[in-house]
Design a protein. Structure first.
Length: 279
């Protein structure tokens, strides 16, 4: 069985980050070890949430794993709360990465044209250091623009996205841009491989709704798909389809915008798609 480590926060209530990664990867037959960066009472859409920063625990956990000769097939990182945490995660990557360990980075720091509230304007500079250690990089449009010093566009066309992907490939050899849409009825992702010069895009139905946690689900599914032996392009297509299935299962629930996408209802669908693929 493949083993991955997920480095991100855990919300005690709300579907995101580790709360999503663990069950998604488990259904895909992948062991998920965790390095929690923080413990939150709820995810950050809720008001007055509590947060215990765990930056000081990251290196001790990694050093213990190293002393026990823990083998990792992949390491994935998500939301990182501070420049100090970003710097520490770089050191964790360097400590735990083996010769064949895949590094997947979701630079979760921004959306809709702006940084998330806690971050100072210079935070992308620190996140770039994390991204530079990635084999696969999975930003959304806002994050991609911030990482490449590109002016943000609300509705980019395909030439803009292709150029943006090329710029991102200066940080990582394989990049996937999420939330890509060139027509009103379709939504998906587009990737670029620096080594082959190949672009790939995949789209499915666009449902006019937005739910918390879909980016985390996308990243976990891509990581799980690659651990199952899928090419990156196949894993991206699976992730696009699974996120759509999650939204279909969720859109009738009026509380979903608070608690996050009801991915649990879609896990049987994911299990069917991945049946017979051993890790």
């Amino acid at each position: 069985m493949k083993r991955v480590a997920s480095i991100q926060d855990i919300s005690c209530l709300g579907r995101c980050s580790l709360t999503v990664a663990l069950p998604v990867l488990a259904v895909m037959g992948v062991e998920c070890a965790v390095i929690p960066t923080a413990v939150l009472s709820t995810h950050t859409i809720f008001p007055d949430f509590t947060c215990r920063d765990l930056t000081g625990e990251l290196l001790p956990i990694a050093r213990h794993w190293k002393s026990q000769k823990v083998r990792l097939d992949a390491i994935g990182s998500g939301y990182l709360a501070s420049p100090e945490q970003a710097e520490t995660v770089c050191r964790v990557f360097d400590l735990l990465r083996g010769e064949d360990t895949l590094i997947v980075v979701d630079p979760a720091m921004a959306d809709h044209g702006r940084l998330y509230k806690p971050f100072a304007p210079d935070f992308p500079r620190h996140m770039k250091k994390v991204c530079a250690r990635a084999d696969v990089l999975l930003p959304n449009l806002t994050e991609a623009c911030l990482l490449t010093d590109t002016p943000y566009r609300e509705e980019p066309d395909e030439p803009f996205v292709r150029e943006l992907l090329k710029k991102l490939s200066a940080l990582a050899p394989r990049v996937v841009l999420t939330g890509v849409s060139f027509t009103p009825e379709k939504l998906g992702a587009m990737s670029y491989d620096r080594n082959t010069g190949r672009y790939f895009s995949y789209f499915n139905e666009r449902i006019p709704a937005s739910f918390h946690g879909t980016g985390d689900i996308f990243t976990a599914t891509v990581l799980g798909g690659m651990m199952q032996g899928r090419a990156l392009e196949q894993a991206v297509a699976l992730a696009v389809d699974f996120v759509l299935e999650c939204i279909r299962c969720t859109r009738a629930d009026p509380e979903a915008s608070w608690y996050g996408v009801e991915f649990e209802k879609a896990l049987p669908w994911l299990a069917e798609q991945t049946a017979g693929r051993s890790t």
